[in-house]
Design a protein around this ligand. Structure first.
Ligand SMILES: Cc1cc2nc3c(=O)[nH]c(=O)nc-3n(C[C@H](O)[C@H](O)[C@H](O)COP(=O)(O)O)c2cc1C
Length: 391
């Protein structure tokens, strides 16, 4: 029992309900419980429609400014189980050939399809004109951002500022939809603050404007990223409209994702920070749903992923940008081995990508050469944990 418990405790994404069942009831009974639970997951819908586009599987990557560029999206798509990706939010005013050559936010490769391109803006005519250009770039879907809480964005009347002016949001959505022939979606928050929750109204306005699907992150603008995402709000929005509803917020494991689908009846689940922590989460969701053994990334997989990301970045951007992107990923990436904090710190202080690679190689070398085992690492973590608890 001790060993089984330890293995589960350190198996990263596998620490949820199912992991606990396996830990506590090994043998025939755990198998029974697992198969009962996965039988339930078998019956869940695994796709949704955005206009003529089928999104399958119905688990998608959240747009994250500064993170989900073409390299990150392609890296995650290559790991499997990911139904759709979206570009980082792009200000409609910067959809000009000159600005796009500089910011490159709308760069993508054919293997990323279907791809949604996300725009923000406050002027319906300007956003509609940008949407037309984005359609010409080859976007499969236009996604409009009505959720970004950053004061820089809301100060200009963009992002979640539009939650304070739903008639304008309605005009915006209609203008975009009329400008393009591809489907248009809306990503929004639950309201400006707790006193002005208007997510059900916003969902209905989007549907009435001919929007093909909506994504709700159920925090308010004022909440930022504090507290937790209230999925009951997402379930309420789902019950209020007939178009597909995708939920976003705090999905950190395969069990979380399938539980959200089961409990709220949403059409899809969107994952952001959880995919930075565990880029294999989409694959694990597919496996859990199919009642297959769940892939648990080993040190060699984590080493490979970090270096693959570094090299893919270097192929498309200057060294200093690459360094910044790797620092950002490693800040969120779940290493789950002793010394991970020092690894993060050292990569963040490195002065070149060569140095970053050396640090990563040196950190993982004892595992790759077989000098350390994950079990020994878990043992050490256990000891550290016990020492902390006792002190
Ligand atoms: C660093 C970061 C950047 C983000 N950028 C965007 C963005 O450009 N457009 C957008 O609609 N949402 C953006 N979001 C919100 C996410 O798409 C998502 O709705 C939110 O993080 C909650 O999901 P999560 O808990 O799975 O991360 C961003 C979130 C983070 C953490």
């Amino acid at each position: 029992m001790g060993n089984a418990r330890r293995r589960c405790r350190f198996s990263g994404s596998h620490r949820g309900i199912i992991g606990t069942f396996v830990c506590l009831w090994r043998g025939g009974r755990s198998t029974l419980l697992l198969s009962r639970m996965t039988e339930h997951f078998h019956n869940l819908p695994d796709s949704y429609q955005i206009g003529h586009i089928t999104v399958r599987p119905n688990i998608v990557l959240a747009p994250m400014a500064g993170v989900t560029d073409s390299v990150f999206r392609r890296l995650l798509l290559s790991l499997g189980g990911l139904g759709m990706v979206t570009t980082e939010m792009t200000n409609a005013a910067s959809v000009t050939s000159k600005a796009m050559a500089r910011h490159r936010l709308l760069d993508y490769l054919p293997e990323e399809r279907p791809i949604a391109m996300q725009l923000s803006g406050s002027e319906p005519e300007l956003v509609a004109a940008a949407a037309k250009q984005v359609e010409a770039l080859g976007a499969d879907i236009i996604d409009f951002n009505c959720g970004c809480p950053s004061p820089k964005v809301t100060g200009g009347g963009h992002g979640s500022a539009l939650l304070k002016d739903l008639p304008k949001l309605s005009r915006m959505l209609t203008a975009i939809r009329e400008a393009v022939s591809i489907p248009v979606t809306l990503k929004f928050r639950a309201g400006w603050d707790d006193a002005s929750l208007n997510y059900v109204e916003t969902a209905k306005i989007a549907e009435a404007a001919g929007i093909s699907a909506i994504v709700l992150h159920p925090r308010t603008k004022v909440q930022g990223y504090a507290g937790s995402a209230d999925w009951e709000r997402i379930a309420e929005a789902k019950a209020a409209v007939r178009i597909p509803v995708i939920g976003s917020g705090d999905v950190k494991s395969a069990e979380d994702a399938l539980r959200r689908l089961t409990e709220t009846g949403v059409d899809g689940v969107m994952i952001g920070r959880g995919a930075m922590a565990n880029p294999w989460i989409f694959r694990q969701i597919s496996e859990l749903r199919a009642d297959q053994p769940i892939f648990e990334p080993q040190p060699a997989d984590k080493h490979w992923l970090l270096l693959r990301y570094l090299h893919m970045l270097l192929e498309t951007m200057p060294e200093h940008h690459t360094m910044g992107k790797l620092k950002q990923l490693i800040g969120q990436f779940y290493v789950g081995l002793p010394g991970a904090a020092a690894l993060r710190r050292d990569v963040q202080h490195a002065k070149s990508t060569a140095e970053q690679q050396e640090i990563i190689d040196a950190y993982f070398e004892p595992y790759l050469s077989g000098r350390f085992t994950v079990a020994a690492g878990a043992e050490l973590l256990d000891e550290l944990h016990n020492a902390l608890v006792e002190s």
